[in-house]
Design a protein around this ligand. Structure first.
Ligand code: UTP
Length: 289
């Protein structure tokens, strides 16, 4: 059986919604509690059995490379000071059996184009795509849920959630027929439709498992919404030849590309943190709101 072994992390975007914080640092390095966003996404992929992590980067994204590189001086200092717990924390960022590859997206032509930059490494295999600014939390990690769906259906799986009708313009929206609880056989996918044009209220979240055929489709796409080469349009093209399923994941998504979503994630993950949670809860209770 073919497993999902590769994941693409498009991290080349400008992050304009989070300015000024993202002027000189990648939004994927913004920490929620004590970990940068990109680390949450990498851990989610790793927990799903994925070991080859392909980052699509751009200018100002060096801190991401550094974060997943060995920090020789830091590790030597922590070792010498006997701070072995912290040393373990630092070393666990990149487990030994995990490989990180960095590819530059020369021009920010859109998410579809970013994914296309990984084509050589994808090499004809099905692969995952994770957008780190969507922080996803589930009792079972969301990508693991999706890998299980892929194992059953052997077809592309797109994570979706119900969105308020007035928010369809923020998402790719899918339409189709329910084949069972949580699973829709996709007949249509549209990028950022107006509410009256949306085929449903199922919005795409930043997690995908795609068959390699999507890459040929992306290459044939003209520029789409916002003048960008859209992943959604590539998936729409694929629908003519292959089955694609939308999967209503079990869990919660925080849009950490927006300031509101980032604040919500910070509060909720701090409350759920085993060490910080109880004290932070007391702090919030005593706040005069
Ligand atoms: P967004 O639509 O969130 O764009 O991209 P952005 O530039 O990151 O953020 P805003 O809207 O300006 O605040 C969705 C994902 O696609 C990646 C981004 O890094 C993000 O993870 N992306 C987008 C690329 O890697 N390359 C692109 O050309 C466009």
């Amino acid at each position: 059986m073919q497993h999902i072994t590769k994941a693409v992390f498009p991290v080349a975007g400008l992050g304009t919604r989070f300015l000024p914080a993202t002027k000189a640092q990648p939004k994927e390095m913004l920490p929620v509690v004590d970990k940068p966003l990109i680390q949450y996404a990498i851990e989610e992929a790793y927990d799903a059995g994925i070991r080859e992590m392909i980052f699509i980067t751009g200018r100002t994204k060096r801190p991401i490379e550094d974060h997943f590189d060995m920090a020789y001086e830091l590790e030597t200092e922590l070792q010498a000071a006997g701070k072995l717990e912290l040393l373990k924390v630092v070393q666990s960022i990149k487990p030994e059996d995990m490989e990180c590859v960095f590819i530059r997206q020369p021009k920010m032509l859109g998410l579809g184009h970013a994914v296309l930059c990984a084509q050589q490494l994808i090499n004809g295999d099905p692969f995952a795509v994770l957008l780190a600014d969507d922080l996803m939390v589930g009792e079972k990690p969301i990508m693991k849920q999706m890998v299980e769906q892929f194992a059953e259906w052997r077809a592309s799986i797109i994570a979706v959630q119900e969105v308020p009708p007035e928010h369809t313009k923020r998402y790719g929206i899918v339409g189709g027929t329910h084949v069972r609880d949580r699973l829709v056989d996709v007949a249509k996918i549209v990028e950022k439709p107006a509410p009256e044009e949306a085929p449903s209220n199922l919005g795409v979240a930043g997690r995908y498992i795609l068959t390699p055929g999507v890459l040929d489709e992306i290459r044939m796409q003209p520029k789409g919404v916002g003048g960008e080469i859209q992943l959604t349009d590539g998936i729409a093209g694929m629908l003519r030849r292959e089955k694609v399923f939308a999967y209503c994941y079990e869990g919660k998504r925080y849009d950490c590309g927006s300031k509101e979503g980032f604040l919500q994630a910070s509060v909720e993950l701090a409350l759920a943190h085993p060490q910080l949670g109880p004290g932070f809860r007391d702090y919030l209770k005593n706040l005069e709101l």
